[in-house]
Design a protein around this ligand. Sequence first.
Ligand code: SF4
Length: 492
Amino acid sequence: MYLSKSRYCAAVQCPKILWLKTNKPEEFDDSVMNEAVLKTGSEVGDLAMGLFGDFVEVPFSRNLQEMIDETDRLMQEAVPIIAEASFSYNGAFCSVDILKNLGDNNVELYEVKSATSVHEIYYHDVAYQCYVLSKLGYTVTRACVVHINNEYERHGELDIQQLFTIVDVTSEADVLYSDVEDRLAMIENYMKQTDDPDQEIGLQCFDPYECGFFGYCTRELPKPNIFDIASLRKKKKIECLCRGIVSFEDILDHKPIDSKYLKQVEFEIKDLPAEIHKDGIQRFLDTLSYPLYFLDFETFMPAVPLYDNSHPYEQITFQYSLHFIEEEGGELKHKEYLAYPGEDPRRGLAEQLCRDIPMNVCTIAYNRGFERGRIKGMARVYPDLADHLMNIHDNIVDLMLPFQSKDYYCKAMRGSYSIKYVLPALFPDDPALDYHNLEGVQNGGEAMDTFARMAKMELDEIEEWREHLLKYCELDTFAMVKIWEKLIEVCG
Ligand code: SF4
């Protein structure tokens, strides 16, 4: 059996991950894997291959020996740049993202990451590759991590020299080099275990990556438990676990956490009714004035900037929904914008937003920091619209406030003030407000992914998915209207 660099890194995080992947793969919770992130990683990897000019790529094969043989052939032919150059020593296999073949068995290796900085786990990744290559008689003269430079701003043609940052990690990998052999021996022994290995839950379950076996490894803990406390830091949760404070009953007995987190526990254990502070809610409602505009944006975050004046991973707004009521008791009206793929969506959207929302009106968003951030970004790129955009920006009120301050709290919010929890808590049986009843797009992540995918769709398919996106975003602002109405109702 071959060990790959990703499996090696998984074992660095926690050897039980590797054991479970091999012995109980069905227990892995896929929801920790983000398909879009994986796709981004592969697109970025493909793009980075051209960083040093012409290259030859070793084609992927399930038969790793074919990749190793092809690499060997290319090395013999003195091909100077090889992508996915593949090697194996004693069962330890690696494909080097980009290999510079300098001759006389001297090589430089480049590990490409779609992240925007160097994380510690990358040193282990590179050290493992250096180990394999050194054992095969190569001298790694330089080992680098190539990552996305999020300060790059695109103007015209994509400049991959600017898009990527190359960080020399030779010395960091050297420090870890001597660990590799010991770790490989440890992995070999560890994998011989026939029963579930004993492994304490710890910070390694979340860092550097969220572990998909967490549900399996914590299956015997009481439910709900310390890990169900919303927003509490992971470190604190682990500390409590180590002290034996696990169940909500334990938490209430020992009160090891700040009182703001205890509300969730108390409501759950004592089955308390909703807590509603009318004064606080009324103070919030008094900050609103007609006409009222309920605004929600959808964005996507291309790792590789697609448009001029945009950065890697910039949140590009491609859609909004806007419900509005012009005067008290007035009719609820709706407007919306959804760009077509292929064009920079921001200009058209910003222009229509300025037409749809007049100056000096009250706009409501849920978690307004997000909408404000996007509007500010558009104001920077389009100075001619900046006055109007910043006027909208300055007049946005946050509908999240009464829930964040716990002026309105109930058990079903489970300690959270995110709309994802607040909406079903306020309207548990309303199918019109249930995102699960939507077709195609049911959450922001799917909206993001759908818009990115539309770039490669045929026109009729685009129209079909546009319908799904429009319905989804419309529900976002309709839900905000209902939440606002509920606040009025409970104060009445
Ligand atoms: S949940 Fe934690 S202990 Fe279990 S395999 Fe993952 S990292 Fe290891």
